[in-house]
Design a protein around this ligand. Sequence first.
Ligand SMILES: NC(=O)NCCC(=O)O
Length: 383
Amino acid sequence: MSACEFESLEKSLESHLPEAELAEVKRILFGKETTNLDLPTCAVEAASERDFELRGYRFEATQEQLRPPRRIRVGLVQHRIVLPTDAPILDQINAMHSRIGEIVEVAAMCGVNIVCFQETWTMPFAFCTREKEPWTEFAESAEEGNTTRFCQELAKKYNMVIVSPILERDEMHSTLWNTAVVISNSGNVLGKSRKHHIPRIGDFNESTYYMEGDTGHTVFQTQFGKIAVNICYGRHHPLNWFMYSMNGAEIIFNPSATVGALSEPMWPIEARNAAIANHCFTCAINRVGTEHFKSEFTSGDGKKAHHDFGHFYGSSYVAGPDGSRTPGLSRTRDGLLVVEMDLNLNRQISDKWSFKMTGRYTEYAEELTKATRHDFKPKIVKE
Ligand SMILES: NC(=O)NCCC(=O)O
């Protein structure tokens, strides 16, 4: 079986393990079970007609005496590109808009309050090619671009916060960025968060296209909670998650584009570990499918010239501060993951484990300052 035919780890476990053993395996692998969320029949039917997977889960929190629950629903969307990579640019973008439009409509039926799309969702992940044309033509203004206008309409129509990661063209500074635009449920652009760490690995030749973000670790106060966006490669950087959390993020989205051969064993761990370490929810989103490019490319890693990145393995999931996580979406299909969470869980777990309180950050800040200086001498005791 090839990597792009393997549906999901969860399905495989479910079809091969006896029930009692499966429960134990799930407890150890995934933590406290997230219960299934009942989704409306109209949503289930629409997802089936529109050929995408729809799953719903719920994280429970303890009912407190002084604070009411803060239950909200997030939606994570993963999808393949709709048209081939050599179709006219505008056709590709429009096709992606209409695909997202039909998925977001189902998210609205499921009562989703905040939806997040995958990294650079309007385009193929063409940065492997290192060709500027035609790929830079996908770049748009974060504030005025067609994609933002499209999302503003959806946000207003469905009273939904939308996190829309795009390739941003900053016309004023002649700079491209990899940016998540955050659109409030009022339809206004609340702000943007630019990718903080740019990969320089294998075919991910992204530094050819855009710059390291300059928006720091902005957190957006929405009607449904405080959210932040840590784009893709930023998930390998624990301090990156940490700073979003220090700025008060209750949910950190991680819109990504990553392939099996490179990162799949790391995928279930990194966002989940960040949720545990920072007492918050994290949402990891990855695209699906294999994207073919006309010109072949190499990346100076000894591999033969090739026309594709390999398989983007989807597997989007949500992790909670208590170490539990939802099952992942499929590795191969478009999908919408609807997750209900009570944000009170963050403080409950913080009070229990107290990582922030025991973190000794002042000491680390001093040590880090020294460790990053050129005259730093590692503290090693030798016999
Ligand atoms: N999109 C992106 O940053 N990919 C880099 C590879 C990875 O982080 O898995």
